[in-house]
Design a protein around this ligand. Structure first.
Ligand code: BES
Ligand code: ZN
Ligand code: ZN
Length: 496
């Protein structure tokens, strides 16, 4: 899909659809929409008066063959109250318009930004919204005869002097959205098509073509490094584990500057192991590598956006299977850090592989750690599919991260991890245990476990179990993987 910036006046655009957005106010026909209305002979004001056009968020008003315009259609998307309008809404408006028009076999459209809205940020979020909305999970459908496709989007409403800067933002939006879709493609792959070895190959190929350095640790190297927690999960599977390490090291990084460590859980299938999961819904556990896929996608974006800080991405990858060699409840394992762990439930495997992941990232020189993981069902109970659960050991670092989440329109909510919760994982026969002996606070227990391996390094944990997969299609987003947290992480790294 091509996206370009067009400075021609909207009335002269020959397009399948001219799209703009309206605000819910006494008279929604104002500014540029009043100009469109004048071209269209007052039709829009009539629709507003009759109550057909209310401008409620994501309400669609479609007019065919509007008079006075060269466009074949005019689509107005409700954007809610003007005071509450922001770039997150604009991103959704662009995405929802794309999906609405695509489903009606429209091939191209022009999106007119409102008066005062021709900013660099608008160009970026429109590109993001459109490209992310265009993603479909249809890779394995063999009959694509009747597929609908948008070929071309133009962004309108910018002057010639605004053009160059807006085009730069547009390409930034494209890099971010395409990286998010790269992550979503990985998450969509079923476990027979994406084993730890295949994930490592794909990550390696991406890194090479993006100019990033990459090292893939195989099962022997993992054993040599004594990554006992990762190995304990992998031992139940015939598929060997991999530790994927991708590094972005710019010449512009100053000595003594922070080094960001991004660690992602990549369990390519989570059966639960010997503590096996129920059959109902188990197929969804192919997405248990979403944290790792997110971090790999972040690296893809950073390679093109070129921030001034060094970033090390560490992705432990394995299957969690109940094979003959599988670890059993009660087994005691020694993590790379030397800490001993009593594995009371083999289904709490994500925290085990992350224990070695964060320890290794620190050893490689990370001064700040962020991990992302589909870690617990408990975070789904707490926050549903709306907010990412955020846990942080250093409040200034966490605040900086949350500011990036806000700026990129990703909903995140901070959860507590004070020392009182340490009790939950205190070991009786080993140093720590991988599940709580008490009840409640399951997402916090998971976070506390990982925290044990981060030491004094400022650390943020993202539980994306509820948000990495969209169970029902939204007007701006297909059902399936979301690529959540990628935009926030890219924004955070770029802010250094
Ligand atoms: N991958 C799951 C987390 C998960 C569960 C994601 C449900 C989405 C939906 C994780 O490995 C897991 O199984 N966690 C257990 C931990 C428990 C045994 C303490 C869970 O949440 O049930
Ligand atoms: Zn599990
Ligand atoms: Zn899991």
């Amino acid at each position: 899909m091509q996206i370009t910036l067009e400075t021609k006046p909207f009335a002269s655009l020959e397009t399948d659809a001219l799209v703009s957005y309206v605000f819910e106010e006494t008279d929604p026909i104002q500014g540029r929409i009043a100009e469109v209305d004048r071209s269209a002979g007052g039709l829009l004001r009539k629709l507003a008066k009759s109550g057909e056009l209310t401008a409620k968020t994501l309400e669609f008003t479609l007019v065919h063959s509007p008079s006075g315009l060269q466009a074949a259609r005019l689509l107005l998307v409700g954007a809610g109250k003007r005071e509450q309008f922001n770039s997150a809404t604009l991103r959704k408006v662009a995405g929802a318009a794309l999906r609405y028009l695509k489903s009606r076999s429209v091939k191209n459209f022009a999106l007119l930004v409102r008066e005062g809205g021709a900013t660099e940020e608008s160009a970026q979020v429109i590109a993001e919204g459109a490209l992310v909305a265009d993603f479909e999970s249809d890779k394995y459908k063999t009959d694509k005869k009747n597929d609908k496709k948008i070929d071309f989007v133009s962004i309108v409403g910018y002057s010639d002097t605004e053009r160059a800067a807006a085009e730069k933002s547009l390409s930034k939006g494209r890099i971010i959205a395409e990286s998010q879709n790269f992550t979503r493609d990985l998450v969509n792959e079923p476990s027979n098509k994406l084993t730890p070895r295949i994930l490592a190959e794909k990550a390696g190929a991406m890194a090479k073509s993006a100019g990033l350095s990459v090292e893939i640790l195989d099962e022997r190297k993992i054993a040599d490094l004594k990554m006992g927690a990762l190995l304990s999960v992998a031992q139940g599977s015939i598929e060997p584990p991999r530790m994927i390490v991708i590094t972005y090291n710019p010449p512009s990084a100053k000595p003594g500057a922070p080094v960001i460590g991004l660690v992602g859980k990549a369990v390519t299938f989570d059966t639960g192991g010997i503590s096996i999961k129920p059959a109902d819904g188990m197929e969804k556990m192919k997405y248990d590598m979403a944290g790792g896929a997110t971090m790999i996608g972040v690296m893809r974006a950073l390679a093109a956006l070129k921030p001034n800080v060094k970033v090390i991405c560490v992705v432990p990858s394995t299957e969690n299977m109940p094979g003959g060699h599988a670890q059993k409840p009660g087994d005691i394992q020694t993590a790379m850090s030397g800490k001993t762990i009593e594995v009371l439930n083999t289904d709490a495997e994500g925290r085990l592989i992350l224990a070695d992941g964060v320890h290794y990232a620190k050893q490689l020189g990370a001064t700040h750690l962020i991990d992302a993981a589909t870690l617990t069902g408990a975070i789904v109970v707490a926050l549903a599919g709306i907010n990412v659960g955020v846990f942080g050991s250093d409040q200034p670092f966490t605040d900086k991260f949350l500011a990036s989440a806000k700026a990129t329109g990703e909903k995140m909510w901070q959860m507590p991890i004070d020392e009182d919760y340490r009790e939950f994982i205190k070991g009786t026969v080993a140093d720590i245990q991988n599940i709580s002996s008490g009840k409640g606070g399951g997402a916090i227990t998971g976070a506390m476990f990982i925290k044990e391996f981060t030491g004094d390094t400022p650390w943020i944990h993202l539980d994306i179990a509820g948000t990495a997969w969209n169970d029902d299609a939204k007007p701006w987003l297909a059902k399936g993987p979301t690529g959540v947290a990628l935009r926030t992480l890219v924004n955070l790294v770029m802010s250094y």
